[in-house]
Design a protein around this ligand. Structure first.
Ligand code: SAH
Length: 218
């Protein structure tokens, strides 16, 4: 890609941040800065590059999608990630959200059940220089016990209910953001563990591809 392409993409990115994100109430400056840096067009398919900064989700292969920029920003803002946090993402997909989490946190573990997507995302993240992300192939509804607990857990696929195993891997003081509901529509939930207690806040309606689990949720 030429340097003028890069200039065009960075202009489109600045516009995305000001109109789709700031313009709709996203206020977290760290999230806004990360979204202004991360090259979303690298994570969409080649044929969709010119649409990468538009206000909608895009296909990423294997029947999966990269979420709309606004929903990504909202979830990251609700997650309140601190720079020293260890974060778990469930549903790596293209790797875009993992890249943003890598900008915001110290360490990111991202789990994807689809081997081909996980491999592609892992390679891309390495090529782009994100050194603090590990992509793992597996069933993310079971979390990833070897690196638990996590100060933040972001679930990028729709769950029928909050997986208990994930909740158990949330650190004291930590937050989880997860879309919960049926296949057509879900509601974002922000789950906060404070003094050993779980608090849940219900937020915006959203629509994600389903979290597919081979196990019954525990
Ligand atoms: N965050 C991604 C988009 C995720 S789409 C991005 O930035 O591109 C949801 C992803 O969750 C899909 O790639 C799907 O394969 C994956 N997924 C669904 N169920 C899963 C499970 N149980 N464990 C891990 N990944 C899962």
């Amino acid at each position: 890609m030429s340097s003028s392409d890069n200039e065009v993409f960075s202009l489109l990115r600045r516009r995305m941040v000001s109109s789709q994100l700031r313009g709709r109430g996203i206020r977290d400056e760290r999230v806004l800065a990360a979204m202004e840096r991360a090259p979303r067009h690298e994570f969409t398919g080649e044929q969709d590059r010119d649409q990468a900064y538009q206000d909608h989700p895009l296909p990423i292969g294997e029947g999966q999608t990269i979420s709309q920029p606004y929903i990504v920003a909202l979830m990251l803002e609700l997650l309140e990630v601190s720079p020293d946090a260890k974060v778990l993402e469930v549903g790596t997909g293209s790797g875009y959200v993992a890249a943003l989490l890598a900008e915001l946190a110290a360490e990111v573990i991202s789990i994807e059940r689809h081997g081909a997507l996980a491999e592609r995302a892992g390679e891309l993240l390495r090529r782009l220089g994100y050194r603090n992300v590990t992509v793992i192939v597996g069933d993310g509804s079971l979390g990833y016990q070897p690196a638990a607990p996590y100060q933040a857990i972001l679930v990028s696929a729709a769950a029928a209910e909050v997986p208990k195993t994930l909740l158990a891997q949330l650190a004291e003081g930590g937050r989880m953001v997860i879309p919960v509901g049926g296949p057509e529509v879900q509601q974002l939930q922000v789950i906060h563990r404070e003094n050993g207690q779980i608090h849940t806040i219900l937020r915006e309606a959203c629509r994600f591809v389903p979290l597919i689990s081979d196990q019954t949720l525990r």
